[in-house]
Design a protein around this ligand. Structure first.
Ligand SMILES: [Zn+2]
Length: 185
């Protein structure tokens, strides 16, 4: 198969579960395969992009629904990187956007006061604020320390690279609160 659009690496397909809730984003090869095998119902095709072989032209699916009850709910405690992504790499206290060498994780309620490693108690923090704060409790200003509904670094990267048409179609299927989490980062 040969694709006919230039940036085939930017072709992605949104996958909905049985209840029409988005739970995954997959690469174009996988989407085409699922469709070919009849393992999904295609809800939307890309208005322009197609996949081509010498004798065949295949419309590209951008939204498919599979017969699954999987959800995108985040399980378990966050990783350091998930907190950085949730917070947009921004210090919760001074608002500065941080580079790798400036970024730290802060326990809002310090460990010494019983603060835990949890979505609600961890924020991104610059080295400067972290060293000033020490064992005090500061109120995060620039981020909301809560568990997101839909946050995986790969999705956030993807939604930034997909083309305009794909994004416009996806917006119809991604609930507003999830979309806000995805694009605000
Ligand atoms: Zn700071």
């Amino acid at each position: 198969m040969e694709d006919c659009i230039k940036n085939k690496s930017n072709l992605y397909c949104l996958v909905l579960n049985k209840s029409y809730m988005p739970f995954d984003i997959i690469e174009w090869q996988k989407a085409i395969t699922l469709e070919y095998l009849g393992r999904c119902e295609t809800l939307e095709y890309h208005p322009i992009a197609t996949i081509r072989s010498p004798s065949y032209e295949w419309p590209f699916p951008v939204v498919i629904k599979v017969n699954s009850i999987k959800s995108n709910a985040i399980q378990g405690p966050p990783t350091r990187m998930m907190i950085y992504y949730r917070d947009n790499f921004r210090c919760a206290y001074c608002g500065k956007v941080l580079k790798d060498n400036e970024i730290t994780i802060d326990h809002v309620i310090p460990k010494s006061k019983g603060g835990r490693w949890s979505w609600e108690n961890l924020v991104t923090c610059c080295r400067e604020c972290n060293s000033k704060k020490k064992d005090e409790i500061w109120i995060p200003i620039y981020v909301i320390p809560k568990k997101p509904n839909f946050l995986f670094p790969k999705y956030i990267k993807i939604i930034k690279v997909v083309d305009y048409f794909t994004r416009e179609i996806w917006i119809k299927y991604i609930p507003r609160n999830l979309l806000k989490e995805m694009v605000s980062i």
